[in-house]
Design a binder for this molecule. Structure first.
Ligand SMILES: [Zn+2]
Length: 321
């Protein structure tokens, strides 16, 4: 992804604390989530090589993702689309949609991007900056969590409808040195789907986007646009996380906004959608996790504990509806 476009928000821990659970609220049902399995799903994606649209690795991974979601009992739709990247090239993308309980009206939308960035423009080694990245965290981690949730949905059917949408062409935005900050160049698959959903008139009660959820020590702050568009979803998810004992990882800190797939989903199809994303002003790049958009975003960065935590939280949100 994505560039931070707002940094004006300050730590607002004191007001955030008021939204913590009270003793009168109902307990939440913990869920089964296998972090080893999620990790294997990340490793399998990375093993294809960088999933850069137009490459054989990308095509092979699309086929694999589709097969896995079919195997786990979802109704799968492949949405082929064309989109123009910042360099004025029309590229082919594939959004992959997996639906559970397709007949139920009340639905939740879970999302991640499955493409990986074609260049490592933030790598400290300039000679590597044109190298496609593995995107183990930036891409594969969120998809790995969602695949494991899909496997769980087959084992135990949720009470509501769930749509998992894996967006393509999230990460072909302009390299930093071009100074093209326009948000329209990011999240091309999410833009397409939000304007052309797989089902005419599609709606969901709310959406949760996962991005960079697998690094060691991952933690998640309340991202600006998530709060603006979908504050009630942030409250709901952070409350569940606190009840599961993850209050130190889903922190009560409000931070600036990022351009990511949740923006078009909020803007064009009006589904209140949050971004669970690892932002860290103390990191090497001052914004995202340390190895964002570098060739070091590889499998060695992925930690089962982080994957498991995010999977448990999102799963508990779904099963407690
Ligand atoms: Zn990225």
């Amino acid at each position: 992804m994505l560039t931070v476009i707002l940094t004006s928000c300050q730590n607002n821990a004191s007001s955030g604390r008021r939204s913590q659970s009270t003793q009168t609220e109902k307990k939440i049902q913990p869920i089964t989530f296998n972090a080893d399995s999620a990790y294997e799903f990340v490793a399998s994606q990375v093993a294809f090589g960088p999933r850069v649209p137009g490459t054989p690795a990308h095509a092979a991974c699309a086929a694999w993702l589709t097969a896995k979601l079919n195997q786990y009992g979802a109704q799968v739709t492949k949405q082929n689309f064309k989109a123009r990247t910042y360099d004025n090239v029309i590229r082919n993308g594939i959004n992959i949609i997996a639906s559970y309980n397709p007949d139920l009206k009340k639905r939740i939308l879970l999302m991640s991007h499955w493409d990986s960035r074609p260049f490592a423009d933030h790598d400290p080694d300039e000679s590597l900056q044109n190298t496609p990245i593995d995107g183990a965290n930036d891409g594969a981690s969120g998809v790995g969590v969602l695949l494991e949730l899909a496997r769980q949905f087959q084992l135990k059917n949720p009470n509501i409808g769930v749509d998992i949408v894996l967006f393509d062409l999230e990460d072909w935005g302009p390299p930093t040195e071009l100074n093209m900050s326009n948000e329209e160049y990011w999240g091309l698959g999410a833009q397409y789907w939000s304007k052309n959903p797989h089902i005419f008139g599609y709606q969901a009660a709310y959406g949760i986007l996962l991005d960079m959820v697998g690094a060691k020590g991952a933690f998640f702050s309340k991202e600006y646009f998530s709060m603006q568009y979908a504050g009630f979803v942030v409250d709901k998810v952070w409350k569940v996380a606190a009840k599961l004992g993850y209050g130190n990882q889903f922190v009560n800190i409000k931070v600036g906004g990022v351009t990511d797939d949740h923006i078009p989903v909020n803007k064009y199809i009006n589904i209140p959608t949050i971004d669970i994303i690892h932002l860290d002003t103390a990191s090497k790049n001052g914004t995202f996790y340390d190895y964002w958009h570098t060739v070091s975003d590889d499998l060695s960065q992925i930690d089962k504990t982080s994957l498991g935590m995010v999977g448990e939280v999102v799963g508990a949100v779904v099963y407690n509806e």
